[in-house]
Design a binder for this molecule. Sequence first.
Ligand code: DQA
Length: 144
Amino acid sequence: MHILFLNGPNLNLLGQRQPEIYGRTTLADIELKLREMAAKAGVSVDFRQSNHEGELVTWVQEARGNASVIVVNAAAYTHTSVALRDAIAAAGVPTIEIHLSNIHAREEFRHRSMIAAVCRGQIAGFGEQSYYLGFQAALQLTSP
Ligand code: DQA
């Protein structure tokens, strides 16, 4: 089983970026913890970040036939990207949407997710734990 984690724009700045909202943990810290969890669970993970919408779209396309589950924090593209939504719908790979913050409790423009309807579910508001819950959800999706 292979889980693909995708991270959208500005998540490379995690730890320094608005820590009151996103916390002080870096993306590298989260990746390390996920790799430990994956090793224990006997699954492989790929963990990527891009500030470019097209690169994220390409990675979703490439997941078809290669990844069992995608866990995606699309960051700001969550709220804008029809291209990412179409890619997720086309890939046919079960996808879990995650967010560090509770997007529904923030500015109105963050309440709408362009990708939610093509994802299996959404985890939002648990800080870095959203990633670990996303990992658990991915395991659940693929267990018989
Ligand atoms: C985010 C929420 C988005 O609204 C925002 O644009 C982000 C991060 C989150 O993880 O809480 O960059 O996806």
